[in-house]
Structures are given as structure tokens and as C-alpha cells.
Ligand binder design. Structure first.
Ligand code: ADP
Ligand code: MG
Length: 657
């Protein structure tokens, strides 16, 4: 929307504004032939400067309708061509005729395209249409929001808002209209999500894990490698309570990197086993699945719990055997990668599914796991990429949430610094000192799918330079990248884990979950090419064992503004939630890693970053409303019920009674 009363001058307009209004006269109108086509040009002068108006279409009509000497309002965005400003296909109207201006100083602006404009659907033409439509609106329309809500938040009435969002009298009126429309948009989104959650809760059957038995208790009393943090205890309790209600659990577990989610997963899987069920854990990479397998086996040594791995790299015969054992119920915990969701993987009594590092899995993939049991298994989705609050509220409004907001004791925040090529000698010297002190170092290169070969070359060049600077036999170096065979990768990871190699040069395959407590230095090359959440993940690989840890972000010298901001954010904080918020602000929600496929709603007006208060308010209102009227039977909720019924093909109460 623009304020027509705010006329800009040609000698001093704001080039950042998408749409400007000028007031002046036209002169020197002429057609110019270029090739087979023609264009019409005219000079437009407002006393402070001149701009060239250009038309490629409708030339004859424009020539006839515009008069020199008449004062016009010209609207559009001047664009610089060479040394002169031009406006192509400007909106134009006589200024004098504009008695409307007093009544309607604001003029709506609509998104349109060059093509649509050429066909006569410029923003002014759309405005004429909306003007007609708005006039057709009945003065009173049925409300779409419950009365107590509109009263509490002083929301503009619906009919009023629909009119005023196009034709406000004051700026404030327009803001109120937009506010109301945003509220409605968010409110209905929350209603959809929360209603489906609450119906699932009241109607879906889940397995009842009524007891906490021998396996859990044995492990808890005798085998815990360290005392649980308060947050771990609380989350285990939340999950346990959820599992015995008889409803299917759908829970999101957020916890920063290194907060100890794996142990929570294991403890709660033991509850499933105590109740006669099988559990499975799905990890995003084979390295991580291997690591979980080894970790679980170590922790469970001597306990009668069978843990197996199903992953792409197994021989066909091994896979067949594992699948058979899973189907026969001989495996208690099956760890795996995507291989777990293949159709021929069957369980005898799958009761619990844990999904590690959720942001790598799409909604449909998760749904396939759901379907592996007649009674749907309980689901725990774990993520270390903290999800900004508003995003969690919108995206996961249908999941319950647990948060581990405490790191195990003794962790020191990783010290992060920024370097460029000129610091490389210093960096290598620092790495040598750390290695001399018995520590290990990661050096990570980005790998971006489109240019895999180029990236691999970066990695290999880096590896060469490191082998030259860290010669054998004093220094042992591992290398891991995506094009190596899984066994070779696992072998190199193992050597590094056992401390046999000092430096691990790799692509981001080690990004997620890899746990080598003795590694204290993380060097990230070409750090400007990583997103914030990835940098945070990578940094989370160090600082796990106590002792000081370091993250060095190496970049080229000249950085784009956002890249610089990302690096600065990383150097300034280690708080995953702060980083997630910064990421959301820098990139916008549509662009967050892995979120595209996760079904982020496409709001027309609401913006989950800027409208956080509205997101919170609508969530709370819908929650209270569903608490008091879970089936939306109250007459004042009839319109909400109708909306849900339409969406979900539910019976409408009106029809039943
Ligand atoms: P993440 O939440 O990132 O998956 P992990 O589960 O891999 O974290 O745990 C990170 C490290 O912290 C592991 O080495 C793990 O053994 C250790 N750890 C987990 N819980 C505790 C605890 N309560 N006290 C001390 N160390 C812990
Ligand atoms: Mg983990």
C-alpha cells in the first residue's frame, strides 16, 4: 500500500522504496523504433528533475490519452539505465481529477508481473477490481473468530478488515486490518494442528507401557556411565509418563549438541523392552548408526538386550538375516539408517521409534515408520538443531515438546575465532601444540551437491597441504569423504576414535552426532559456505570431553554481509537457540535447512519472525479454546467446527442433531 499524499521528488527519492509517487507534467512524447518493435517515450518533469517514461504496449491508446501540460501523478519505481532514470509502464493518472485523494489518500499496491502489466493487469487495474469487490461486500459479515477473542485483542471486525486492508483512511486503520488478518491466519493454522493433535490424543490407541522393569532398572542402577543431568532426568520422566497413558506418543526432543540425548533414547528404549516391545533408532548417516550401535553395545554389555544394525553397507545375506530376526522379534533394538524404512523391514512388535537428528528426515519418511506396526509405535524425534521458538510452535504444533536445556557438568564453551589464509601458519602451529598435548583435530571442508567434484578437489588439495605440513611418522592423518566405501569410512573413523590418528580431514559427513571426546580443535575451511546451523553442528563435535576446545572458522578475505554476520554470530555465542534465532532472521523461514520438505505453512501475511507475539497469542488462545471445548460443540464455535469439518471430512454436528 502506498500513501498517495506522500509525493516524492525526482531529485531526492529513496531508491530502496519499491513504489513511489511523483507529481509533474509530460513533454516530448515520441515513438522510437527499434528493430521490428516500437516503444513510446516521454519525459516527465516535476520541477526538480526528469525521468523517462517508457511504454512497449498500448502505445496508440497512451498517446491519445496523455496531454502535455496536464499535471499527472506517476507511480512506479524509477530504474537506472546508463545515466538516466526510467519508469517502464508507469501507473499514471491526472492529479487534478483526483478528488478521491482527499477521501482515499492511500492507494493499494498489488504484486503483479511485467507480463500481467502488459496485458492490462497492473496494480492500478487490480485496484479497480478490488475496489469493485470491496464495494460488493455486505456491511456485516459472519465473524470467523470467536467473539471473546476479537474482544480480548481488540481485533477489527472481519468485514471492516477486508475493506480497510485495501482502502484505509489512516495508516493506523490499515495496520489494524493487517493485524486482524494475520491473527486469523495464525489462529486457523493453530486450530488445524492442535485439533488434529487433540483428536489423535483422545481417539488414537497407543501401546501402554505400564511398567518400568528389569532392563531399565538394572541399567539405571548399575550401568549408567555418569549421573544424569537434571534435564535428562526430567525428559526421561516426561517420556515415561507419556508412554503409559494408552495414547500414542509423538514427542520432539530438542537438546543442544552434546546435551546427552543418546542416553535418553537408550533409557526410554529399555522401557519399551521391559513392556515386551521392540525399539528402533534411525540415524541420518551410517557413521552415526555405527556409532550408536557400538555405544549401545558397550553400555549394555552383559545385559540380555540384543542390539543390531541395519544399514546399506551390509552384505545382502546379512541384511536378510537381520530382517528375519527383526520380524521374528529376536532383536530388541534395531539401529539403522534410511534402510529401516524400506517396505520389507518388518517388526514383530515394534513399540517405539526414535529418530535422531530429525532435520534430515522428511515428513513422509517418518510416516512410513509409523506404519510398521498395527498399533502405532510411540515416536521420539530428536534434534540438535534447535528450532526457534516460533518455528517450533508453528511447525510442530502437533507434537509435544521436551527440551534438554542443560549440558553435562564440566563442559567449557568452545572458543571460536575467525581466520583467513594469512593466519594459516599460526593455525598450523596451534594445531601442532594441541597434538603435542595429546589432543586431536578435525579439519572440515564443505560439500555441496551441485559441485561435488570441485569440492572434492578442495578437500584433496587441503589434505595434500596438511600432509606436507604434518609429515609422517610423527603425524597420522585420516581422511573421510562421501565417495569412499562405507567400510573404508568406518575404518578411518575408528582409527581416529581410538586416537591412532591425530588429524581428521573430512567433508561434512562428520557433521552430525559423531562423538570423539579427545578431539578439541575444529577447523572449518571455507566457513563462509556453511549455514549457521551446520557450523553449530560442526562446532558441537568438539568440547565434549572437558578441557578447553577451539573452533577456527577459516574464510576468504572478502565476505558478503550475511556471511560476515554468520561468522560473527558463531564467534559471539555458543547457545544453539540464539544461533537458531539468528539463522531464522538472516535467512527467513522458507530457507532454513531441511525445512522446505517439512511442510512449513506458507502464510500470506503473517511472518513467524516478526509476528512472534501473534504466534504465541494464537497458540495460547487455541489451546484454551480446545481445553474448554475439545470437540467444538459450542454454538459460538460453529464456524471453527465447520472449518475443521471441511478440511478433515468430519461429520458436522449440525447435520447429526
Ligand atoms: P547429543 O545430545 O548431541 O546427541 P550425546 O548423547 O552424543 O549428545 O552426548 C554427548 C557426550 O556427553 C557423550 O560423550 C556422552 O557420553 C556424554 N554425556 C551424556 N550424558 C552425560 C551426563 N549426564 N554426564 C556426563 N556426560 C554425559
Ligand atoms: Mg546425538
Amino acid at each position: 500500500m502506498i500513501d498517495r499524499s506522500r509525493v516524492s521528488t525526482l531529485d531526492d527519492f529513496d531508491p530502496e522504496e519499491p513504489y513511489l509517487v511523483f507529481r509533474g507534467t509530460i513533454s516530448n512524447m515520441h515513438t522510437v523504433a527499434s528493430g521490428r518493435s516500437q516503444r513510446l517515450e516521454a519525459e516527465f518533469c516535476d520541477g526538480t528533475g526528469t525521468v523517462l517514461l517508457v511504454w512497449f504496449q498500448g502505445i496508440r491508446w497512451i498517446k491519445e490519452s496523455l496531454r502535455p501540460g496536464v499535471v499527472y501523478l506517476v507511480m512506479g519505481k524509477p530504474q537506472l539505465f546508463g545515466s538516466t532514470y526510467q519508469i517502464a509502464h508507469p501507473e499514471i493518472e491526472p492529479a487534478s481529477q483526483d478528488s478521491d485523494q482527499q477521501n482515499h489518500p492511500f492507494l493499494p499496491v498489488y504484486h503483479t508481473s511485467e507480463k500481467a502489466k502488459q496485458r492490462g493487469l497492473g496494480t492500478k487495474a487490480i485496484a479497480r477490481l478490488t475496489d469493485t469487490l470491496v464495494r460488493l461486500l455486505p456491511p456485516v459479515m459472519e465473524e470467523t473468530l470467536p467473539r471473546p477473542v476479537t474482544t480480548k485483542y481488540s481485533l477489527m471486525a472481519r468485514a471492516e478488515a477486508l475493506r480497510r486492508i485495501h482502502y484505509p483512511d489512516t495508516l493506523e486503520q490499515w495496520q489494524q486490518a493487517v493485524g486482524r488478518e494475520k491473527f486469523e491466519e495464525l489462529f486457523y493454522h493453530q486450530l488445524d494442528y492442535q485439533f488434529s493433535r487433540s483428536t489423535r490424543r483422545s481417539h488414537s490407541v497407543g501401546r501402554v507401557f505400564g511398567v518400568v522393569g528389569e532392563q531399565f532398572n538394572d541399567f539405571y542402577s548399575h550401568r549408567l556411565p555418569f549421573p544424569l543431568t537434571g534435564a535428562q532426568k526430567r525428559v526421561v520422566r516426561e517420556i515415561r509418563d507419556d508412554m503409559r497413558t494408552g495414547r500414542q506418543m509423538n514427542r520432539l526432543l530438542q537438546g543442544d549438541v552434546g546435551s546427552g540425548k543418546t542416553l535418553v533414547a537408550l533409557l526410554t528404549m529399555l522401557i519399551a523392552i521391559d513392556n515386551g516391545c521392540q525399539a528402533c533408532l534411525m540415524a541420518p548417516t551410517e557413521i552415526l548408526a555405527q556409532q550408536h550401535l557400538a555405544g549401545f553395545r558397550r553400555l549394555l554389555e552383559g545385559q540380555p538386550v540384543t542390539v543390531e544394525l541395519l544399514a546399506g553397507s551390509l552384505k545382502a545375506s546379512q541384511k536378510r538375516q537381520i530382517k528375519q530376526h527383526a520380524a521374528e522379534g529376536e532383536i530388541d533394538i534395531l539401529v539403522g539408517t534410511h534402510a529401516l524404512i524400506e517396505d520389507d523391514v518388518k517388526f514383530c512388535r515394534l513399540g517405539y521409534v526414535v529418530i535422531d537428528e530429525q532435520h534430515r528426515f522428511g515428513v513422509q519418511q517418518r510416516a512410513k515408520l509409523w506404519a510398521k506396526s498395527t498399533i502405532p509405535p510411540h515416536i521420539l524425534v530428536m534434534t540438535a538443531t534447535p528450532i526457534p521458538r516460533t518455528l517450533a510452535m508453528t511447525l510442530y504444533a502437533d507434537l509435544d515438546c521436551s527440551v534438554i536445556d542443560e549440558l553435562p557438568p564440566g563442559r567449557q564453551p568452545v572458543r571460536t575465532s575467525h581466520g583467513t589464509d594469512s593466519h594459516r601458519a599460526l593455525l598450523f602451529a596451534f594445531m601442532r601444540r594441541q597434538i603435542a598435548a595429546g589432543r586431536q583435530v578435525y579439519v572440515v571442508y564443505p560439500l555441496i551437491k551441485e559441485s561435488e567434484n570441485l569440492d572434492l578437489k578442495d578437500l584433496m588439495d587441503g589434505y595434500d597441504s596438511i600432509t606436507r605440513s604434518f609429515p609422517l611418522p610423527q603425524y597420522q592423518i585420516s581422511i573421510v569423504h562421501g565417495q569412499m566405501a562405507p567400510e573404508a569410512k568406518a575404518y578411518e573413523m575408528d582409527r581416529f576414535k581410538r586416537g591412532e590418528t591425530h588429524i581428521m580431514v573430512s567433508t561434512t559427513v562428520i557433521e552430525v552426532g559423531v562423538d570423539v571426546p579427545n578431539a578439541t580443535v575444529m577447523v572449518i575451511e571455507n566457513a563462509e559456505r556453511f549455514g549457521l546451523s551446520q557450523l553449530h553442528q560442526l562446532r558441537g563435535r568438539v568440547g565434549r570431553g572437558g578441557g578447553s576446545s577451539y573452533c577456527i572458522l577459516m574464510t576468504k578475505d572478502d565476505l558478503s554481509a550475511t556471511a560476515r554476520k554468520r561468522i560473527e554470530t558463531m564467534c559471539a555465542t555458543t547457545d544453539g537457540f540464539a544461533i537458531a534465532e539468528a539463522d531464522l532472521r538472516l535467512r527467513g523461514p522458507g530457507d532454513l535447512q531441511g525445512l522446505q520438505q517439512s511442510g512449513l505453512p506458507d502464510f500470506k501475511l503473517a511472518d513467524i519472525v516478526d509476528d512472534e507475539p501473534l504466534v504465541c497469542a494464537t497458540r495460547d488462545e487455541v489451546r484454551m479454546l480446545l481445553d474448554s471445548d475439545p470437540d467444538l460443540r459450542l454454538p459460538e464455535h460453529a464456524m471453527l467446527r465447520r472449518h475443521i469439518a471441511q478440511k478433515q471430512n468430519l461429520p458436522q454436528w449440525e447435520q447429526i442433531s
